[in-house]
Write a protein that binds this ligand. Structure first.
Ligand SMILES: [Zn+2]
Length: 290
């Protein structure tokens, strides 16, 4: 169970600033210890038999369940599974990612970490974007607007062919004014069945849904999100968004939008790290296939 933000304290649970980052995460063990408390806030739970009992600590950072005797580690079964990149570098990448108002590029990560391989940087960034979708997130509720928008995306980076893609948007309206959380989904076409499926997947059944496709003027929330999203894609990716990566960008944007009021960057870092240890591993092949 995730801890409520109000119960978390800057400088104790999450970072205040970069100098604290350097202080806290001085070596791999310190990073592992921090991940341990995020993954098992109430003590170790064996991923195999679910026994809630402190494990044996073995060499090479292995943990052994005292009940079923299976071995595991704090990173096994998370997005850090089998990574050869030091956790310190992962943490630095997460700090960087959560501290940029706009999105970041794989090239930016490569430069930051001084990586020889662009592929490694690209894979880190995509795993983090994958972790940005909270695996346990709640559905939207209350008063919701649902509508579609079109995003211009490159179909082929070499030929610079642009094509419009349909993105479905759902946003919570807060009375008397203001917006809550959003969900986004790329679909082939805004058909009735696609929209209905989206509503079923992301919105609580007892919500009040306003959908007036195509009368956009009655939809201030989706309208706002659509224009912010387009501006963000343009500013961050200079319009060079490839269709096969659009889902990742939508996830990243959703994470940023839904935490826009987050009172600190350190808390954002905390949340993404927390999601990183509760998100299943993603292989390089899995990234390309998605
Ligand atoms: Zn066990």
């Amino acid at each position: 169970m995730n801890k409520k933000s109000s119960s978390l304290k800057a400088g104790i649970h999450y970072l205040k600033n970069w100098s604290q980052f350097v202080d806290w995460f001085h070596d791999e063990q310190a990073c592992r210890d921090y991940l341990y408390t995020l993954r098992w806030p109430n003590g170790f739970i064996c991923p195999n038999c679910l026994a809630h009992k402190a494990p044996y600590s073995l060499a090479k950072n292995k943990l052994k369940c005292t009940q079923c005797r299976k071995q595991t580690s704090v990173t096994a079964g998370t997005i850090f599974d089998k990574t050869r990149t030091p956790l310190k570098d992962w943490f630095a990448a997460i700090w960087y990612l959560t501290n940029q108002k706009n999105g970041v590029s794989a090239l930016g990560i490569q430069r930051l970490l001084g990586l020889g391989s662009y592929q490694t940087a690209w894979s880190i960034l995509h795993r983090l974007r994958y972790a940005m979708i909270n695996p346990e997130r709640d559905k939207l509720s209350g008063i919701i607007e649902v509508d579609e928008t079109f995003v211009g995306v490159l179909v082929n980076i070499n030929q610079q062919d642009k094509k419009k893609f349909v993105v479905l948007i759902a946003i919570e309206l807060i009375e008397p004014k203001g917006f809550g959380r959003i969900r986004l989904r790329q679909v082939d076409r805004a058909t009735k069945s696609n929209i209905e499926q989206f509503i079923v997947d992301v919105i609580e059944p007892d919500s009040q849904i306003g959908s007036n496709i195509p009368a956009h003027e009655t939809m201030p929330g989706v309208h706002r999100v659509a224009s912010l999203l387009k501006r963000w894609l343009l500013g961050t990716y200079q319009g060079a968004v490839q269709s096969k990566h659009l889902d990742y960008y939508l996830d990243e944007y959703t994470f940023r939008f839904n935490r826009r009021k987050s009172r600190s960057r350190g808390l954002l870092f905390y949340r993404l790290l927390e999601q990183s240890v509760t998100t299943k591993p993603l292989t390089y092949k899995g990234i390309r296939a998605r």
